[in-house]
Every structure is written in C-alpha cells, then in structure tokens.
Write a protein that binds this ligand. Structure first.
Ligand SMILES: [Zn+2]
Length: 190
C-alpha cells in the first residue's frame, strides 16, 4: 500500500487581519513591501483553492488528498481514490470543513476568478488590485421578487480571520488608503 492512503484532510487557514492591515498601511505610505504582498496574495490563493475544493466535494467531486485525482462520489460512506488508494469516511471529510466558512456559496465566481488569474510573478499593483477586489466582494443573492441581486454576506468572511460578519466588515472599513496607495477602494458588483 502506498504510504499516502491515509493522508490527513487539511485546509488552508484564513488570512490574518494583521497581515492585510500592514500591507494596506505600508501601501498607503507609498512603501511597496513585496514579501508581505506575496505572502498575503499566496495565502488568499491557497484559501480560495480550499474553498473551490470543498465546494466541488459537496457537489460530488472530491479531490484526493493523497494524489489530487478527482473522486466522484454520491454521498456514500467512504471515499476511496482509485488511483492511489487514499480513503476517508465521507462523514470525516464533512467534519474536516464544517464551521470553517469553506463553502463558496454565491461568491464562488469571485474565488474562481482569483485562482484563475493568480500570478505570483505579476506586477505589484496588479497583485494588490486582485486582492482588493477579492476581499471587498460579496455573496450576491437574487431573490424572486427583486429586480437586482442583493449583497448578503462579505466574501471576506470566508477569507480573513475575524469573529462574525460585523467584525469582518469593520476590519475592511478600517483598511488604510492614502496618497501613496496604488489602489482605491473597490466597488463590489455582482
Ligand atoms: Zn489519490
């Protein structure tokens, strides 16, 4: 048996508020901290990748944690990778992501777009813009009796540490923008 048949199910953590705060503060002062930028950009990339993985798993396509092959499943008791033999009980898999805000929901297109366009070797401003657009997005819901979709939950609640939606929104409101900023506050759109 290959040794990875019981590899643990692990998910990327939310990005720490302090890192984003320092990134925005230094940018507002005209200081371009590439290391900090890359750390935040890559942290968000990993987090989005975990969100995409969990969202696909709930819809029946689990990415194997032994070899990354796709295991299609129909809520059976056990997941088993035909390629490498990795296995896990579906209830254990579910338990691994619950209460961690890893379901993409109505903000899924924004998480997908960030991953699709992610380029760690891109220009400083492009990377910061991508971060700014992502963290200011919302889960948009279109209710039957409304002409326009409604921004219900901040996507940042899936991405950034913070206790509850109010705390996450307060954190976003307090991010620094100044004369040296390479970005202006993003305007979320569905
Ligand atoms: Zn596998």
């Amino acid at each position: 048996m290959p040794e990875n048949t019981t590899s643990p199910i692990q998910w990327a953590p939310k990005v720490k508020q302090d890192k984003l705060r320092r990134l925005y503060e230094s940018d507002a002062r005209g200081i371009r901290d590439d290391d900090l930028l890359n750390e935040v950009a890559f942290g968000l990339y990993l987090r989005c990748t975990s969100i995409l993985e969990v969202t696909a798993a709930v819809k029946g396509r689990v990415k194997c944690h032994g070899c990354a092959a796709i295991i299609t499943h129909a809520r059976e008791d056990h997941l088993r990778c035909p390629a490498c033999g990795w296995k896990a009980a579906w209830k254990d898999y579910q338990h691994s992501y619950q209460a961690k805000q890893l379901f993409g929901g109505a903000a899924l297109p924004f998480f997908q777009a960030y991953v699709a366009h992610f380029n760690i070797t891109g220009a400083y401003q492009d990377k910061l813009l991508a971060i700014d657009e992502l963290i200011h997005q919302f889960h948009w819901y279109h209710k039957a009796n409304q002409a326009l979709p409604e921004a219900v939950r901040p996507a940042a609640a899936n991405l950034i540490e913070g206790k509850g939606l109010v705390a996450v929104l307060a954190f976003l409101d307090a991010l620094s923008y100044g004369e040296g900023s390479t970005v202006t506050p993003a305007t979320p759109q569905p």
